[in-house]
Design a binder for this molecule. Structure first.
Ligand code: SF4
Ligand code: SF4
Length: 206
């Protein structure tokens, strides 16, 4: 009789494994979900709030990031953190104090406001005048980071010779003049306003 015991034991172990396999799977899933949450929190990157930065450049000249991650954006004159170099050591927040409180780890998920004052007028010479009131980084607060402008004629992209300016501060007037566009065609205008975290709002007009 005793020689049947090992087989019986194997059978019982298999039964127990079968019975509890769903529970084991659930525990593994819960543990991996917790791990994912921790990873997610750790990737909350330190960044420089574009709208608060005054271009004083003390963070570049007086504080020296050990990983050379704080850089100057020569288009805007403001400081930014190069994500490819930053290790998230947080020295720039613990060993340095930006006078304008521009360093933050709070995620920016708010888009610039939608432009509600948009106006576009074209004439028979191929001139297009666009005007609107600048919106901000977060809604109507702050200063947006950059614009993109696409012009289409019957779905085809139109090339134009115009350098988009750095956005004005919120509430200020933007006036753009684009020349040498095709005449007697219906032009679709697609203007996007971005903040430094790549959130954007969109304005489309024909
Ligand atoms: S982040 Fe702060 S210290 Fe650095 S340039 Fe901007 S305002 Fe100056
Ligand atoms: S978190 Fe560390 S590596 Fe990143 S910018 Fe600040 S000091 Fe440099």
């Amino acid at each position: 009789m005793c020689r049947f015991v090992p087989g019986w034991r194997n059978f019982k172990i298999r039964e127990i494994m079968k019975e509890y396999s769903i529970l084991i799977l659930l525990i593994v899933l819960i543990l991996s979900a917790c791990t994912d949450n921790v990873k997610f929190q750790k990737t909350d990157d330190v960044r420089i709030e574009y709208s608060k930065c005054t271009s004083c450049l003390e963070c570049v000249e007086d504080f020296h990031c050990p990983y050379d991650a704080i850089k100057i954006d020569y288009d805007t004159g403001k400081a930014y953190i190069d994500a490819d170099h930053c290790t998230q050591c947080l020295d720039c927040m613990t060993e340095f104090q930006c006078d304008y409180d521009a360093f933050t780890t709070i995620k920016d998920s708010e888009t610039p406001a939608v432009i509600d004052s948009f106006n576009a007028v074209s004439d028979s010479t191929g001139k297009l005048e666009i005007s609107f009131i600048a919106v901000g980084d977060d809604g109507t607060w702050g200063q947006a980071h950059h614009y993109t402008l696409d012009l289409f004629d019957a779905g085809n992209n139109i090339d134009y010779d115009f350098t988009l300016p750095i956005p004005q501060k919120t509430g200020e007037q933007e006036n753009w003049t684009i020349l040498n566009l095709p005449v007697n065609v219906l032009i679709t205008i697609n203007l996007k306003v971005f903040d430094e975290a790549k959130n954007f709002s969109e304005q489309v007009r024909k």
